[in-house]
Write a protein that binds this ligand. Sequence first.
Ligand code: SAH
Ligand code: SF4
Ligand code: F3S
Length: 474
Amino acid sequence: MRITEKYEGSKETIRQITYMEKAGVYVEELSRKLGRKPSCCVTTFGCQMNARDSEKLVGILQEVGYELTEDENADFVIYNTCTVRDNANQRVYGRLGHLNSLKKKNPYMKIALCGCMMQEPSVIEKICQSYRFVDLIFGTHNIYKFAELLVKMFEDDKMVVDIWEDTDQIVEDLPVERKYPFKSGINIMFGCNNFCSYCIVPYVRGRERSRSLEDILHEIESLVSDGVVEVMLLGQNVNSYGKNLEHPITFAQLLREVEKIEGLKRIRFMTSHPKDLSDELIQVMKESKKICRHLHLPLQSGSTRILNAMNRRYTKEQYLALAAKIRKEIPDIAITTDIIVGFPGEEAQDVDETIDVIQKVQYDNAFTFIYSKRTGTPAAAMENQVPEAVVKEGFDRVLKVVQDTARERVSRLEGQVLDALVEEVNEQDDSLMTGRLSNNTIVHFKGDESLIGQIVPVHLKECHGFYYLGEIQE
Ligand code: SAH
Ligand code: SF4
Ligand code: F3S
């Protein structure tokens, strides 16, 4: 069967499919030279959105004839990069050196870079100067053109660079290869309009665009018919989903429709901005049989003064009131959060306020980050940057409270029997399986691979900090 017959879709989709066929010819040629199927390795940095993008890249790579491997000593290596904090960038530069040494040994090897970091002009400049061995560079807005860019890479001898500043395009129905057969991320929107003053995401991911309800439902339905039981709806701020659609709808309405899909068992979503979380959403979550008992509600700071400087558009009191309302309506919910320590102007009292919120909300988990200066954001130009030693002290204080609170909070389930979706064989001990509760807590228990993808009742016997050891309840 020709590829074109497998996918329906827009003019652009059809264009890209033609390029897949063309790239397929080049890959076949390479195959003959190598005497085997060429291998490819996609390494993902950053968030779930990037992970989903990587699945799209892999879908196309497999379509054109590459074999997927986890080994970076491959014929085609792609880094899908993140630039949210500087350490993400440094990791990419560090690993590129190693790739260069592999490339010297494999004359057919190609290297591509894509993702958020590539949307920064200074990064492109640096790569063009110091990393000349890279073959292809593209950004976040033109990832749907990957097949076309592959063809260009095969045809051009020099580095191919294609970066767009923004886009209003959403190209549907291209092939995707899922990492897990039983669960999948689904983009419901792209970009971000919030411009939190420390954050680079709106600059590298562009303006907010929602996918249509029909496209989302259609994608989930076809995933479910392909064995998916859990979906994670993805967006930088899912609570503002649908506002700019031709027929505007709310995120809560979208959830109601997703809930109706037969065969789908679990619904998750990321991320919720506290300023837009509606009562309607709380109601839908409360009534739902499928929406997981987990809400990621980034706090960033507990100090109203700092929140204001961060342009988060809520106060400490508003956040606390929201968390209390959610807890009252959905008592068994796990709330997790993101916290930044060391934002410009932050003082010890501000950190105390953050700690106060952690203690009041009782998070199941909190990802704590040291503030990282991102060029081009308003916060980077603020004069009152906090000295490293002061940041470190605040960070350690916050981390200690986060860990103590989370440990206690997670342990409250000890002795209960709860449903877990079995996800994989335990990495350390292959007699154990690893599953995930509705509230996102991990549990390990005896079992075998045949259980993967099933939802089983598990007796939570012992809490070990952030996870459980349990036993399947027969
Ligand atoms: N859209 C999501 C967050 C995306 S980035 C939201 O608004 O919640 C994920 C997390 O990275 C953020 O929640 C924030 O805590 C952290 N982050 C973003 N920019 C940062 C920076 N410059 N320094 C440190 N942490 C940052
Ligand atoms: Fe960044 Fe704020 Fe947008 Fe989240 S909501 S991606 S933190 S600007
Ligand atoms: Fe990083 Fe881009 Fe996600 S900057 S956090 S990969 S949106």
